[in-house]
Design a protein around this ligand. Structure first.
Ligand code: NAD
Ligand code: ZN
Ligand code: ZN
Length: 392
């Protein structure tokens, strides 16, 4: 079969490789029909994720048709059209029972993750041996462990290109909004206008936010115009084009009665994959650095405001403003890797009822054979490329 593989830092390649087979009784082999690329894949491309090996198949967002099932699979069958969750959960452990499937205790045994976080997270498709070494779905076929838990049936009125994004980005942005506690009447500031930030903005309005302010800049500034066309009520801040002496924090204060927004949500971090590098720097005894963004969030929101972090960080980000955090009652919330299974049925209903619109993000369509080019364009932040649908 064809599959997109990591070959080394900044190098990926579509290669011919062996088809997966059923290993455990709960496995499903999926014939992939659609996949996509995500900001998190860039952290892999850049070689910033530990334990990635040349030849590893990437891709954690995919849908397809079931080709074969193991003897213990009961809820789905051969021929079903389904979408997979990007995190791999068992459905039965302590965390899975609490609907915190992204912390599943049975699917990830990486010691490196334990050392870094103090606890393990669930396994993840196509995300290196650090998250369990599961082959990804930017391929013609993929093995889905615990198929009954990690696959959701797609109804006929939800085509692949609408259902695919239940894998990750829709659940992730929904989790960012509800976990950070966006409420009726809130003013919400969101950092990062990529697909996750875009949908978090749409979901904030959906959840009753009065105002949503989206922040981006540099290579990503075109995205502010792109999202604004879809959400006319949206307000934007271009951080690379602020008046002299102004900062994101001072701009947000001015926009919000001198107090700041009620809620801040971090959906950027892509440019901060160096957060991973900090981890290694620390191991090597080198200085760590501060992502200003976290301080921007803490100092921008109103007193007792809520800050949610959904963008991916690793290791230590020292020197953040803990004084401001404590003295002014700021709630800093790590949103975690999204527990997809907790949300995906509701989100599917919203798609069917046309209350949410995944196609708003989709700007490009490609085939699996084009995947090297997709990584290249996505990495260059090709103006106009928001979310891609890759047909397999
Ligand atoms: P993306 O890379 O497409 O978009 C990120 C955007 O952030 C870019 O437009 C970039 O210009 C912008 N940005 C960078 N630095 C900024 C700054 N200082 N201020 C404001 N904006 C800034 O990524 P995406 O696919 O939308 O994902 C966003 C983040 O969410 C990534 O870090 C990704 O790894 C993470 N993610 C988390 C989960 C989860 O479950 N927690 C799941 C998927 C993705
Ligand atoms: Zn993703
Ligand atoms: Zn579990």
């Amino acid at each position: 079969m064809k599959a997109l593989t990591w070959q080394g830092k900044n190098s990926v390649k579509v290669v011919e490789t062996a088809c997966p087979t059923i290993i455990d009784t709960g496995d499903v082999i999926l014939r992939v029909t659609g996949s996509t690329i995500c900001g998190s894949d860039l952290h892999l491309l850049h070689g910033a994720i530990p334990d990635l090996q040349p030849g590893d198949i990437l891709g954690h967002e995919f849908c397809g048709v079931i080709a074969s099932v193991g003897p213990a699979v009961k809820k789905v069958k051969v021929g079903d059209r389904v979408v997979a969750s990007f995190q791999i959960a068992c459905g039965e452990c302590y965390y899975c029972k609490k609907k915190l499937s992204s912390m599943c205790e049975r699917t990830n045994s990486s010691e490196a993750a334990y050392k870094l976080y103090g606890r393990r997270t669930a396994g993840m498709f196509g995300y290196s041996h650090f998250t369990g070494g599961f082959a990804g779905g930017q391929a013609e076929y993929v093995r889905v462990p615990y198929g009954d838990v990690n696959l959701l049936l797609l109804p006929d009125d939800v085509p692949d290109e609408k259902g695919l994004y239940l894998s990750d980005v829709l659940a992730t942005s929904w989790n960012a909004v509800v976990d950070t506690g966006v409420e009726e009447g809130d003013t919400v500031a969101i950092w990062g206008a990529g697909p996750v930030g875009q949908m978090a903005a749409e979901f904030s309005f959906f959840n009753g936010a009065k105002r949503v302010i989206l922040i981006d800049g540099g290579h990503g500034k075109w995205r502010l115009d792109f999202v604004k066309k879809i959400l006319p009520k949206l307000e934007t801040v271009e951080y690379t084009n602020l008046a002299k002496g102004e900062s994101v924090t001072s701009t947000l204060k001015k926009m919000c009665d001198g107090r700041g927004p009620d809620v801040a949500i971090e959906c950027a971090a892509g440019e901060y994959a160096k957060g991973w590098a900090h981890y290694f720097e620390r191991l090597l005894g080198m200085e760590t650095d501060t992502p200003e963004l976290v301080n921007e969030m803490i100092t921008s929101v109103r007193g007792f405001g809520r800050c949610g972090i959904t963008g991916v960080y690793a290791g230590y980000c020292d020197h953040f403003n803990i004084g401001s955090l404590m003295e002014t009652g700021i709630r800093l919330i790590g949103n975690g890797q999204a527990p997809v299974q907790k949300y995906w049925k509701d989100l599917l209903n919203y798609i069917q009822q046309e209350k949410i619109h995944p196609l708003h993000m989709v700007t490009h369509r490609y085939k699996l054979e084009d995947m090297e080019k997709v990584y290249d364009l996505f990495n260059k932040r090709d103006p106009g490329m928001q979310k891609v649908f890759v047909q397999t």
